[in-house]
Write a new protein. Structure first.
Lengths: 225, 482
């Protein structure tokens, strides 16, 4: 079985060291690169092309948001998992827009971090429970966050979005619905277009704010699948 | 001397002495002349009529009373109203025995009385007119004397004034200048009076002077004066329109404010430096907090969480104890995060003013228990770092005041981005306060928060507007170039 190749970008050496030690306990995860600032993170990512980049927001020279945005060009197959000390929900939209696949607080225990790395690698989105709650509140309060889609979702599309929100990968959704992976992907593209979003996480948040499914239904860090 | 005094002093000296104690009027020779005339006329009258009507005097018999007109007119001219009336009365008294003795028939009695009445009436009328003329002349003389004094005073002020004074004709010709004007401009007074206003004050300055005197409430204006060396001096001018016999004149009192302006600029750049240093220090502390205590707490929290999750073999009491420690560690971490964020919100640097204000209002909403409304208009964009920080600090301070003092139940923050400008307004429905006429007075009232906000607004070339009244809520707004 091939290992998940991880890049660690954080300006605090002691934190990188601890995280590497934790991930070292999981044989399916290998830390293949480390960076102490944003620019270094992009340089190393270009060299090692990691599967998952664990990125801090507050970093010298280039912050985590910019790193996430630029990673798409430098290493297209890399998924970013934001790991930050701050629970500022202000960052979440900028991060979603930049293409982040997950947002976790640094205080999560080792096992949850490892699970989040796997989930993100599988194409899922992972949010810290505290962040999700804040985010949904914010979406509900904001008058323009969740507009009624111009064209309503079909029953099939809604079912797929619901399954995605519960943390399933495209392959798992395909297995559950009896469709091919290719068909699931086509459905997802339609959903993104109808909702005017660019990522799975945004689509899920949109559904949450419109009350299509409860917050409790979506996949959160620490949940066992 | 005692009893011998009366003997030793000759009689005429005693008379002179008595005279000198009379009222001033009685010392006038004309006074005695008038008395003599009145007595003479009265004597003549008695002489012609003594013993009744006497044929030899013929028609002259009727004349004597009319002769009183001479002393009465004379007294009117010299002693005015008092002289005319008193002389008329004295003539009447002196004639009374004559009338009673010799004018027993009704016809002659009435004739005498009529003549006396005419004498008294002419005396009164004449003396009244003389009195009036004299008073008017006296007043005019007094006014002219006063004018002379005030002209002298003005001339002295003009010459000795520390402020430069220039007097211009309506066409801009310089008519007069004082010594201070010479010192200020570097020209001699002769050279100055040969100059024209637009050469000295520049065309725009001369226009400003003309505009300022036609305003309802002339205020001091700021001008730039060109000296004889071609350099410019910043002056504050108080201008006035003066009406003279030669037509309207413009008087400008100029005060050199170059030094004052320089001091103000120094003060402002000092304030800006202090503020910058303070921001820099806050940023450093926030960074330090983030790098050391926050990271340590993060690791402690993670280790505790990992420990609790991975070791199933821990006895229950230990597990519960650890869980409690973890909770307290998370709380401490939360406090540290908040502290660091208040010192320097990283969202402001990373995402800009709009998202930072949004985060601020959301956090405040949670603390206040009611929603702080945020209204964004225009397209949110990144501004210059100083502008973003300044506007953010103004809103932060305004919201801090709302939280601390206002007792509001509604608060609204409006942010707008326009072409080349950006602005914010914070309004609440709280208790408000009496807004002073000048923001500078806030210092005296100890409202330093508002002073700081005003200072920040000014450093961004904007102006802080504060509207408030007791019981009417408060609205604070600022717009800056961006």
């Amino acid at each position: 079985m091939s290992q998940i190749r991880v890049l660690l970008a954080d300006d605090h050496a002691i934190f990188r060291e601890g995280t590497r030690r934790i991930l070292g306990e999981y044989p399916d995860i290998a830390v293949v690169g480390e960076a102490a600032d944003g620019e270094e993170a992009l340089r190393v990512a270009g060299q090692v092309q990691p599967d998952v980049a664990i990125v801090d927001i507050a970093m010298p020279r280039l912050n985590g948001i910019e790193v996430t945005r630029r990673l798409a060009a430098i290493s297209p197959s890399t998924r970013s998992l934001i790991l930050t000390a701050y629970d500022d929900d202000a960052y979440i939209f900028a991060l979603l827009e930049a293409g982040a696949a997950g947002y976790l607080l640094k205080t999560v225990p080792g096992r949850e971090l490892a699970e989040a790395v796997r989930a993100v690698h599988d194409g899922q989105t992972v949010l810290h429970p505290a962040i999700t709650q804040k985010l949904v509140e914010r979406l509900k309060a904001s008058p323009h966050a969740a507009k009624e889609p111009q064209e309503p979702l079909t029953a099939r599309e809604l079912e797929i979005l619901k399954l995605v929100s519960s943390g399933l990968s495209n392959k798992e959704v395909a297995a559950k619905t009896g469709l091919s992976v290719r068909t699931v992907e086509v459905h997802l593209t339609h959903i993104f277009n109808k909702l005017g979003v660019a990522s799975r996480m945004e689509a899920v948040l949109h559904g949450l704010s419109r009350g299509w499914f409860p917050v409790e239904g979506i996949r959160q860090a620490g949940e066992r699948t | 001397m005692g009893s011998v005094a009366g003997i030793s002093v000759p009689p005429f000296r005693a008379l002179l002495h008595a005279l000198s104690r009379l009222p001033a009027r009685a010392r006038d020779r004309r006074f005695w002349f008038i008395q003599a005339m009145v007595l003479g006329v009265a004597a003549l009258h008695t002489y012609t009529e003594a013993g009744g009507y006497q044929e030899p005097f013929g028609s002259f018999h009727h004349i004597p009373v009319t002769l009183f007109l001479i002393p009465v007119a004379y007294a009117s001219l010299h002693f005015r109203l008092e002289g005319g009336i008193l002389t008329g009365l004295s003539a009447t008294i002196l004639t009374t025995p004559n009338i009673l003795l010799w004018h027993t028939t009704a016809f002659s009695f009435e004739g005498e009385l009529t003549q006396l009445a005419v004498v008294v009436a002419v005396g009164s009328l004449l003396s009244w007119r003389v009195e009036r003329e004299v008073r008017q002349r006296f007043k005019a003389e007094e006014a002219s004397a006063r004018l002379q004094v005030s002209e002298e005073k003005y001339q002295n002020l003009f010459e000795a004034a520390g402020d430069a004074i220039l007097v211009f004709g309506a066409a801009g010709e310089l008519l007069a200048a004082n010594a201070a004007a010479g010192r200020l401009t570097g020209y001699t007074l002769k050279g100055l009076t040969a100059m024209r206003a637009d050469a000295l004050l520049q065309a725009s300055g001369w226009e400003a002077v003309q505009r300022s005197v036609t305003a309802d409430l002339p205020k001091p204006i700021h001008l730039s004066l060109v000296t004889n060396r071609g350099s410019q001096v910043a002056v504050e001018a108080t201008c006035a329109l003066v009406h003279s016999q030669e037509g309207p004149l413009l008087q400008a009192v100029l005060r050199d404010v170059t030094e004052q302006q320089r001091q103000q600029q120094n003060l402002q750049s000092y304030a800006s430096l202090v503020m910058r240093a303070q921001e820099e220090e806050q940023r450093r502390i926030a960074r330090e907090l983030h790098d050391v205590p926050v990271q340590s707490m993060v690791l402690i929290c993670r280790d505790l969480a990992t420990l609790l999750q991975s070791s199933d073999s821990l006895p229950d009491p230990v597990r519960r104890g650890l869980a409690g420690v973890r909770e307290r560690a998370e709380e401490t971490l939360g406090l540290l995060r908040r502290f660091s964020r208040e010192l320097r919100p990283s969202v402001l640097d990373d995402l800009g003013f709009g998202p930072a204000i949004q985060a601020l209002t959301e956090e405040l909403s949670r603390r206040l228990g009611f929603r702080v409304h945020l209204e964004m208009s225009g397209t949110s964009r990144r501004l210059a770092p100083d502008t973003e920080l300044g506007l953010f600090r103004i809103v932060q301070e305004a919201l801090r005041n709302v939280e601390k003092h206002a007792g509001a139940t509604q608060t609204k923050v409006a942010v707008y981005f326009k072409e080349g400008r950006a602005g914010v307004a914070v309004a609440d429905n709280g208790q408000g306060f009496r807004a002073p006429a000048r923001l500078g007075d806030l210092t005296a009232e100890g409202k330093l928060g508002l002073v700081g906000m005003e200072e920040r607004a000014r450093l961004l070339s904007g102006r802080l507007e504060v509207q408030s009244a007791p019981g009417k809520g408060t609205q604070i707004s600022v717009e800056v170039p961006a």
